[in-house]
Design a protein around this ligand. Structure first.
Ligand SMILES: Nc1nc2c(ncn2[C@@H]2O[C@H](COP(=O)(O)OP(=O)(O)OP(=O)(O)O)[C@@H](O)[C@H]2O)c(=O)[nH]1
Length: 406
């Protein structure tokens, strides 16, 4: 069976940390669905592409039925975005197959891969839109090393990533959890059930919309990750728990609460004292797994500061603009689109304020709120000249938050 030439070829992308079980899952699916006429694109960081050999060896499918394209020495999401499109373009022209499976390497990030398929890539010779259609974004998460995954504290080396990209493994893991349609919690054979329940409660809070499937040795039914039709760029971009919480308010999840997993929004219309909040953010308790949002730092009325905490990694710094600093016509457009902004407008400060989401396990919410409140300017400080305050934040979010005396 092969697809009609005019139908777009569905694509499933598997992301996941190194060793999470992507290849194992891929082999399981290829071996259990013999009707499937799939091309497999494997992107691996190593010089020798072991994964492609594995896929070839273990699958009964003949070379004619299945094409394995190896791509080495780079990460799909950056250097090889163009190369990946060249390959899938060549595949689309010369081979007939029903389905494209992409295994992206351990540190590659799911969002750029999805963007490449959904929107193409400016410098590439091949435009995938209309030829390919992203069907399902799958993230394979290693249950056995789940907690360590948020504690790496490592910095990826220059060899792993583009020079302007200095993200740490827990941030990439967070993207994999937050940006997927189906999440395979793999290696469940190595973890006791009560701990799996706990891990699942955390994942559900970080990512309330994906389907979570527990697996052992990647044993998933092919139809759970192929031809699901679940992918929708807009929807998945909005699916992260912190975004849902900011946009739609708090949602009670009994299962999560039973396991001590909670989330809340901290919202104030007053600036933080820059040094106090920098210290507090740098010292957030380990129980806070995820924090995200924006805040107003006194003395920096020109920009909104962003906060992005994933596991041990914390970034805070200038992120965006306040609507209050935009030219009048642009402000009017915001008011028209979101009347709530106008309703909450402050005569003096406009939309400046604080909105931070915290997600964690066994977080002492009361204590954290108290600590954050202490970082707000006092009434006396509100009348001070804020321009004398020291700004401890880096000029952008490229650097992790670190305090000089720590
Ligand atoms: N115990 C156990 N081992 C597993 C499971 N799934 C995979 N493994 C083993 O974990 C190791 C890594 O699995 P792979 O499928 O190669 O992982 P990967 O995500 O493709 O790894 P990279 O391609 O290196 O990023 C292999 O030795 C697998 O046999 C599982 O569910 N349980």
């Amino acid at each position: 069976m092969s697809t009609d030439n005019s139908d777009p070829i569905p694509v499933t992308v598997l992301s996941g940390s190194l060793g999470a079980g992507k290849t194992t899952t891929l082999n399981h699916v290829l071996n259990s669905d013999h009707e499937l006429d799939a091309a497999v694109l494997v992107n691996d960081m190593g010089e020798v592409n072991v994964d492609a050999d594995l896929v070839e060896q273990e699958s009964d499918l003949t070379q004619e039925e299945k094409e394995v394209i190896e791509m080495s020495n780079g990460c799909i999401c950056c250097r090889l975005r163009g190369d990946m499109l060249d390959e899938v373009g060549r595949l689309a022209e010369t081979r007939e197959f029903d389905y494209l499976l992409v295994e992206s390497s351990g540190i590659s990030e799911p969002i750029p891969v999805a963007q490449t398929f959904a929107q193409g890539f400016e410098d590439a010779s091949f435009d995938p839109t209309g030829v390919y259609e992203l069907d399902t974004m799958v993230s394979v998460v290693d249950a056995h090393s789940f907690w360590q995954g948020f504690e790496s504290g490592q910095v990826l080396t220059d060899d792993d990533l583009e020079p302007d990209d200095n993200r740490v493994p827990e941030e990439v893991l967070m993207d994999q959890i937050e940006f997927c349609d189906v999440l395979l919690l793999n290696k469940c054979d190595l973890v006791p059930d009560d701990e799996l329940d706990e891990i699942e409660a955390v994942i559900e809070t970080l990512q309330p919309q994906a389907e979570i499937i527990r697996t052992e040795h990647g044993e998933v039914a092919p139809e759970q990750i192929l031809g699901t039709g679940r992918f929708d760029f807009e929807q998945v971009s909005q699916s992260a728990g912190w975004k849902q919480e900011l946009q739609h308010g708090h949602h009670h999840d009994a299962a999560a609460e039973e396991h001590g997993v909670s989330s809340f929004v901290y919202e104030r219309r007053r600036p933080f004292h820059p040094e106090r909040i920098a210290r507090t953010l740098a010292e957030l308790p380990d129980s806070v797994i995820r924090a995200k949002g924006f805040f107003w730092s006194a003395g920096r009325e020109d920009v909104s500061m962003g906060l992005d905490k994933a596991g041990q990694s914390v970034r805070a710094g200038p992120k965006g603009q306040w609507i209050a600093t935009l030219p009048e016509p642009q402000q009017q457009r915001y008011f028209a689109a979101r009347p709530q902004i106008k309703e909450e407008w402050d005569d003096q400060w406009g939309d400046r304020g604080i909105e931070l989401v915290f997600i964690g396990r066994d977080v002492d919410e009361e204590q954290l709120v108290e600590r954050l409140d202490e970082c707000l300017l006092s009434d006396a400080e509100m009348d001070e000249d804020w321009s004398n305050y020291v700004d401890p934040f880096a000029p952008d979010l490229q650097e992790e938050l670190a305090l000089a005396d720590q």
